[in-house]
Design a protein around this ligand. Structure first.
Ligand SMILES: *Cc1c(COP(=O)(O)O)cnc(C)c1O
Length: 354
């Protein structure tokens, strides 16, 4: 740290992204990306859009928001487009939380919530999930803080039924409830429709997981016009050109390929269930996942050790060093071939230990 770094960041521990190694080719099952490339029209849109790079991009993302409006059936005034959904989350922390109105989220969830809270000087409460990692919705009733819930949750993969999400929204009339639906295309029910009914609900979505566009950085949020207006005030105060022209164009192209992405999500769901059966046969305990990953542990091998041994064999999974989940690994569901390679590597590792 230089002697110039602001003291307001004294307690800041930055987010640790999953490894994106360049030293060798790994089978990457560690950052919940799609194993499938985007379809041709999306790649073509990326190339074609490079024509106008001398000009600033549309700060309103008009065409993309119109397209989103058509696909999701919500007015475009209720949509904000962001540089990955991480940016939408950051704007939500900046807009709806401060020292007094803190944030609330569970102890085992997306690690960025804590980092955004710290980076923005927001006080926060981490509410422990139950022993089985499920969330007790009554913990969040009238909590007097801005609520952040990933549904389905990461890294557990568990989801909360829509009626329970609605109860949380209803029981927090005077606070914003942010539902992060990064994995909703792999299971669970979206809360999007509830944004018509409640002015305190913000739903955050991403193109990074089910739409094969993690590298393009595209997300969006849906909420009441007033909430979206606040987020735009923030956006125009830090970076009005937050979504570059290539990403806007690829996003529009992707929204014309819903069949392709639905099919791929279907394949991933099928592969997820097969992986669950295969790993269970090998003695793993696995949570019920509604996402594109499995959260698994085994009594035969520690979480950290399995992660390291798989890495030696060229397979990356995600291990978290925190106390409650250190025996688990989060395994992204890949293609059938990638998963077969995983099963055979795990089998070998377990046999070598006998
Ligand atoms: C991956 C992920 C995101 C962020 O995705 P972006 O690439 O920034 O759109 C947000 N929330 C959760 C829970 C995630 O797992």
């Amino acid at each position: 740290m230089s002697r110039f770094f602001s003291s307001k960041y004294d307690n800041l521990t930055p987010y640790t992204p999953g490894e994106q190694p360049v030293d060798r080719r790994y089978i990457k099952l560690n950052t919940n990306e799609s194993p499938y490339p985007p379809p041709e029209p999306v790649k073509k849109a990326a190339v074609d859009s490079s024509e106008n790079l001398n000009l600033y991009c549309d700060p309103e993302c008009t065409a993309l928001r119109e397209k989103l409006s058509g696909v999701y059936g919500v007015k475009k005034e209720k949509i904000i487009v962001t540089n990955g959904s991480d940016e939408a989350l950051d704007f939500a922390f900046k807009s709806f939380c401060d020292k007094k109105t803190g944030a609330a989220f569970s102890d085992i969830t997306y690690g960025f919530y804590r980092v955004f809270a710290e980076a923005n000087g927001v006080s926060y409460k981490e509410i422990p999930l139950k022993e089985d990692f499920s969330l007790d919705i009554s913990d969040y009733f009238n909590i007097g803080k801005t609520v952040f819930i990933a549904n389905p949750n990461a890294p557990t993969g568990l989801c909360i039924p829509l009626c329970d999400i609605e109860k949380i929204v209803k029981e927090n009339k005077n606070n914003v409830v942010v539902i992060d639906e990064a994995y909703i295309d792999f299971g669970g029910e979206s809360a999007l429709e509830l944004t018509e009914k409640y002015d305190n609900l913000l739903v955050v979505r991403t193109f990074s997981k089910s739409r094969s566009m993690a590298g393009a950085r595209l997300g969006f949020a849906v909420g009441s016009e007033e909430l979206i207006g606040d987020l735009n005030t923030l956006r125009f105060s830090v970076n009005p050109y937050n979504v570059n022209s290539m990403t806007q164009k690829t996003g529009i192209a992707a929204l014309s390929q819903e069949e392709y992405f639905k099919n791929k999500a279907g394949e991933i769901i099928k592969e997820r269930e097969r992986a669950k059966r295969e790993l269970s046969k090998m003695g793993f305990y696995i949570l019920d996942s509604s996402a594109n990953f499995l959260f698994a542990r085994s009594d035969k091998i520690g979480g950290k050790e399995l992660y390291l041994r798989l890495k030696e064999k060229g397979i990356l999974v995600r291990h978290f060093d925190s106390e409650r989940i250190k025996e688990f690994n989060r395994i992204t569901v890949g293609t059938r071939e990638q998963m077969d390679a995983l099963f055979s590597a795990v089998k070998t590792i377990l046999e070598e230990r006998l």
